[in-house]
Write a protein that binds this ligand. Structure first.
Ligand code: TXA
Ligand code: MG
Length: 345
């Protein structure tokens, strides 16, 4: 059931469900989440079951403010303080050492925990009320079935889980891709999952260099670090996959493929800059223009993949965005959506 997220009564109803160990759908500025009381292992188990998510893939605890972090961790490095002070509330998740014996299901029994303070005003109102009734945080993964495209509207959430889930509607998400995840447990800040924030912005906010894990891996001396890195399902090769096969192509490759006869039988979704050839094609191509700015592109990325799926296309061809830091989060999601030969498809 979708209800408005901006009324005190629906927030109260959501809090009541959370206190009784139930799940709800909630908006954040990145994507919608499937939330439960982070301290209630039984409630959190329902999230894993409903999503079909393996229980060794930890969830993020969402908090109202920096003040709630102390409940989950008493080991916060100085750069993590700087990041929280400058970027919270916002699309940033920090992995911290976890206090023993709390939020075990949320953290998949790891000794670390992911914590994020979302900016969306509905999420803020909900978390504030939760805090007042001693719920220190909400475990909330993206509200999609495991491996599928993340939801950016309340309707997407309902498409995933049906009528019975209570979903707070907060409109279409502003950011559109999931939060940047920074591991703060390795002595220096390491990005495990890129989001909309660039390494440059993050480094300024952390007051020290923030590095990407994949850059460390290129450095073979750091390979060990990766082996020690905790599980992150958003970092599986295949994730965020629509039903249709996704191909990432250059504009030249798209032009060339469109003239190949074997594609004539395909129903295609094409997300690209305008193409000259398009007007002459005789077979079904659903074309949408890909936004040229990363923030605009991120905002509609998942909704566009879902929309193509809704049209029943066989393949989705996406014009590869440039390989620059501002596009890192989008390129990451597109590459995972395009990854084939996977158990999630
Ligand atoms: O923007 C977001 O982060 C959204 C909204 C709802 O807040 N949430 C989200 O959650 O993307 P989820 O569960 O889809 O992705 C969380 C990621 C997973 O890849 C998980 O493995 C990783 O965070 N993660 C959680 N705890 C971790 C930990 N202790 N160490 C390493 N990675 C962790
Ligand atoms: Mg997810």
């Amino acid at each position: 059931m979708i209800v408005t997220g901006s009324s005190a009564e629906t927030i109260e109803k959501a809090v009541q469900l959370i206190r009784t160990g139930e799940l709800i759908g909630l908006p954040t500025e990145t994507v919608y989440g499937l939330g439960a009381n982070a301290m209630d292992d039984h409630a959190v188990a329902k999230i894993y079951a409903l999503k079909g998510r393996p229980i060794n893939h930890p969830l993020i605890a969402h908090v109202y403010s920096k003040d709630e972090v102390r409940y989950f961790s008493d080991h916060v490095p100085i750069f993590a303080h700087h990041l929280m002070d400058t970027l919270w509330p916002g699309p940033l998740t920090l992995i911290l050492q976890k206090r023993v014996d709390i939020a075990n299901a949320c953290s998949a029994n790891l000794q670390t925990i992911a914590i994020r303070c979302p900016k969306h005003e509905v999420a803020q109102s909900l978390l504030q009320r939760c805090r007042q009734v001693n719920v220190w945080g909400l475990a909330a993964p993206s509200a999609n079935r495991f491996g599928r495209v993340s939801p950016t509207t309340a309707k997407h959430v309902q498409e995933e889980f049906g009528e019975s889930l209570f979903i707070l509607d907060g409109g279409a998400c502003d950011v559109g891709i999931e939060s940047t995840i920074i591991d703060c447990t390795r002595g220096r800040p390491v990005v495990l999952r890129p989001g909309i924030l660039t390494l440059k912005e993050l480094s300024i906010c952390a007051k020290e260099p923030v590095v990407a894990e994949h850059d460390l891996i290129k450095n073979s001396s750091e390979k060990q670090g990766r082996l020690k890195a905790p599980n992150a399902s958003g970092t599986l090769d295949s994730h965020y996959a629509p039903r249709a096969l996704v191909r990432l192509l250059t504009q030249a490759e798209i032009q060339q493929r469109l003239t190949v006869e074997s594609t004539y039988s395909l129903k295609l979704g094409l997300w690209s800059q305008p193409l000259k050839l398009l007007t002459n094609t005789v077979y079904p191509v659903f074309w949408e223009q890909i936004p040229s700015k990363p923030i605009d592109c991120a905002k509609v990325l998942f909704a566009q993949l879902r929309a193509f799926d809704g049209l029943g296309v066989d393949e989705i061809w996406v014009e590869k965005p440039q390989n620059s830091p501002e596009w890192a989060g989008i390129n990451d999601r597109l590459q995972r959506a395009a990854h084939t030969g996977t158990e999630h498809r």
